[in-house]
Design a protein around this ligand. Structure first.
Ligand code: NAD
Length: 481
């Protein structure tokens, strides 16, 4: 059996831990066990499922959160406070699913002169969740919570780049649930594909990049298994000429850009500023970044940006910075280095802004997924909306203005699944607000009622009044009226 060994991106010569890669036979056994568990789980009343899940959620104690947060920081370089926050937020999301399920999943009954129609929300069966490394627990929980509460079993395959915290967290949750209902398997493309194409897997929930999405989409199509896909973004943050540019606004846009080293699907990835405010903006942005971006060992309190995930990511981002300079961009280092020795030894990338790039430069028109951001100038509203929309991606965007009505009006013209007003990224999310992409950023939604409904299928049971005993009868082949 082969092992997946995870190095620490802050101190790459340190091994953080390892997991066994799941073989094809192992995946088969896991899915079969999940299928058995699912049948009994779906037969329970919703209230009983909620009660059991609620007790299992209680096992995710603050001690578990602290331990899992530490594991995530070591394997991923996510600052410790953030990592613990992610684990705690995921517990909140599960509790939100449990609270919302009785209303969202309630059967809908119509009983009138047309007959009796019962519309039920039934689970798919076994769900496969394939998740990326950058927010391993929350991006798994967005599938685990809705899938389980609505009567599915779920098998999670996290990224081999962040397998440890997820395994610890969901093992604790699974220990409070019937055997087989929630399992974690490990591996890369081979394990992922074995899971996606397993005949007992009835739905695939994927979060990741477009290259893998195409593979998974094609594999799932071959076995006619539905998918939900949360893919990458190239979020535009648009500052209108009346935007309130105070210290806290600058700190919000700075952290929306650099948190997790910019390795967040909904990070602000292109900033557009009205020409009348451009100089003021650049100055304020750089000053705020120098105050709040502290690069170093993510275990140390006060560090807000750790390393990127791997040497490959570091090299890709350095090449992107070099090509941005070669394309005529003015590249400015921002933030402070907490410890030069640590930063020199790990997979760190200096946060930077790049000014004066053409929109066709890769840093502007492609998802950078790292701590480099272009700040672009614009002259007119129609122009900036067109430039913001001129991408195949459509995950998030933001509009910044002192006039909320005006911001909403601009937001409605943006091709994005989620538009934040006067903020961007994590601070603008809400458990009740459905999140997901338009265009090539994906389909289906997570969070909110829609996020729960992704894991059920509507089935209808209909008794037309005309054919009930004593009914009016009617033609054997007429269209219904
Ligand atoms: P990735 O697409 O490389 O990998 C995602 C997962 O797919 C991993 O678990 C990987 O092992 C698995 N996988 C790889 N090949 C496979 C195959 N052939 N069959 C089945 N599974 C396979 O993504 P990543 O590098 O881990 O994450 C970064 C990407 O994820 C970025 O593009 C980012 O924008 C996106 N992302 C999107 C969201 C969102 O909610 N929209 C959230 C976070 C990240």
């Amino acid at each position: 059996m082969s092992m997946i060994v995870r190095e620490n991106p802050t101190f790459p010569d340190q091994v953080v831990g390892q997991v066994d890669e799941t073989s094809a036979a192992g995946i088969d056994a896991v899915v079969k066990a999940a299928d058995v568990a699912q049948i009994a789980w779906a037969a329970l009343e919703l209230a009983d499922r909620c009660r059991i899940l609620s007790a299992a959620a209680d096992l995710l104690t603050d001690d578990v959160i602290a331990s899992v947060g530490r594991a995530m920081t070591l394997e991923l370089g996510k600052p410790l406070q953030d990592a613990k926050g992610e684990a705690a937020y995921s517990r909140l999301l599960l509790r939100t699913n449990i609270a919302d399920a009785p209303t969202v999943l309630a059967p809908h009954v119509i009983d009138d002169q047309g007959g009796r129609l019962v519309r039920r929300q039934v689970p798919f069966g076994v769900v496969a969740a394939i998740t990326p490394w950058n927010a391993p627990i929350v991006l798994s929980m967005l599938k685990v919570g809705p899938a389980l509460v609505s009567g599915n079993a779920i098998v999670v395959k996290p990224s081999p780049q962040a397998p440890l915290a997820v395994t610890e967290y969901f093992s604790v949750l699974a220990s409070g649930l019937p055997t087989g209902l929630l399992q974690v398997v490990h591996g890369g493309p081979e394990a992922g594909e074995a899971l996606v194409t397993h005949p007992l897997v009835r739905k695939v929930a994927f979060t990741g990049g477009d290259v893998v999405a195409r593979h998974i989409g094609a594999a799932a199509a071959r076995v006619i298994t539905p998918t939900v896909m949360e893919l990458g973004g190239n979020d535009a943050a648009i500052f209108l000429d009346d935007a309130l540019l105070d210290d806290t606004a600058f700190e919000r846009i700075v952290m929306a850009t650099y948190m997790m080293g910019g390795q967040v699907c909904m990070a602000s990835k292109r900033i557009y500023v009205s020409r009348s405010r451009y100089d003021e903006f650049v100055q304020g942005f750089v000053a705020a970044a120098n105050r709040v971006v502290v690069v170093g060992d993510p275990m140390i309190e006060g560090v807000t940006v750790g390393p990127v995930v791997s040497r490959a990511a570091q090299e890709r981002l350095e090449a992107l910075a070099a090509s941005s300079a070669a394309a005529g961009g003015e590249v400015i280092d921002v933030g402070r280095i907490a410890d030069e020795v640590v930063v020199a030894g790990g997979y760190f990338v200096r946060p930077r802004v790049v000014l004066g790039l053409p929109d066709a430069a890769p840093l502007v028109c492609e998802e950078q997924f790292g701590p480099l951001v272009p700040i672009q100038v614009y002259d007119g509203l129609d122009e900036v909306i067109e430039r913001a929309n001129s991408t195949e991606l459509g995950l998030g965007a933001s509009v910044w203005s002192a006039d909320e009505a005006k911001a909403f009006a601009v937001a409605q013209r943006l091709e994005a699944g989620f538009v934040f007003i006067n903020t961007h990224n994590r601070t603008g999310m809400s458990p009740r607000a459905p999140f997901g992409g338009v265009k090539k950023s994906g389909f289906g939604r997570e969070y909110g009622d829609e996020g729960l409904l992704e894991y059920v299928q509507n089935v209808s049971i209909h008794a037309p009044a005309a054919f009930r005993p004593g009914g009016s009868g009617g033609s054997a082949n007429a269209y219904p009226v």
